[in-house]
Design a protein around this ligand. Structure first.
Ligand code: HEC
Length: 193
């Protein structure tokens, strides 16, 4: 007896079901026995993100004068004596009337003073990423001093302003108005009005 078209379909369908269900029906073990739980100290070392509103900022303080010496010793060779010369990213400079004219002149450098919307990000970025040979090597006081130095160099704060966990979040950046805040804590959450 020849194979009818419908019985051939049934065989194919059964094969397909086996292919899909087969591997999934094998029970995964509850634990694979690999690795170990991270210790609180290990988590604390990595859990250093700072929110735009300053949540996560550590204790410590610094002024522009405190930061100037650290900048000269650890940053100037890549960013220039005043933060404008390079060879790496230009950190200092405002645009005329604090405009946002990057689309008209693609060569304009994006600096802390003309582009960054939140002062707290300056602290977060320097602490986690700079200087490249040894990120994480700066003390919190040094990072507050460098943050104050760069904010003052960009004419955002006065020379004698003390930056710490309560003053830094209150600094309003010149480019703040060009950004829309995303207040979601999770990417799946809808933005709050
Ligand atoms: C060895 C060279 C080098 C040294 C030293 C260095 N930087 Fe940088 N820095 C870079 C490079 C390269 C980038 C760009 C990194 C990137 O885009 O991923 C950068 C980026 C930055 C930025 C972000 C610029 C922007 O607008 O995106 C800041 C702020 C900064 N550095 C601050 C510092 C400070 C403060 C120090 C001193 C503690 C320092 N850097 C030391 C090379 C250096």
């Amino acid at each position: 007896m020849g194979v009818t078209r419908s019985s051939l379909h049934a065989v194919c369908a059964a094969a397909l079901v086996l292919t899909i269900v087969g591997p999934m029906s094998a029970q995964a073990p509850a634990r694979f026995g690999l690795g170990r739980a991270a210790t609180p100290a290990e988590i604390a070392r990595l859990d250093i993100d700072i929110m735009p509103d300053g949540e996560g900022l550590p204790a410590g303080r610094g002024t522009s004068a405190d930061g100037a010496a650290t900048y000269a010793a650890k940053c100037a060779r890549c960013h220039g004596a005043t933060g404008r010369e390079g060879p790496n990213d230009v950190l200092v400079g405002r645009l005329e009337r604090d405009g946002f004219t990057f689309s008209q002149d693609p060569k304009l450098p994006h600096t802390i003073g003309n582009y960054w919307p939140h002062a707290t990000t300056v602290f977060d970025y320097i602490r986690r990423a700079m200087p490249p040979p040894a990120p994480g090597s700066l003390t919190d006081d040094e990072v507050y001093g460098l943050t104050a130095f760069l904010l003052h160099a960009n004419a955002v704060i006065p020379a004698d302003a003390v930056m710490d966990r309560s003053t830094l979040p209150r600094v309003v950046m010149p480019a703040r108005k060009y950004f829309t805040p995303d207040t979601r804590r999770q990417s799946s959450e809808k933005p709050r009005p």
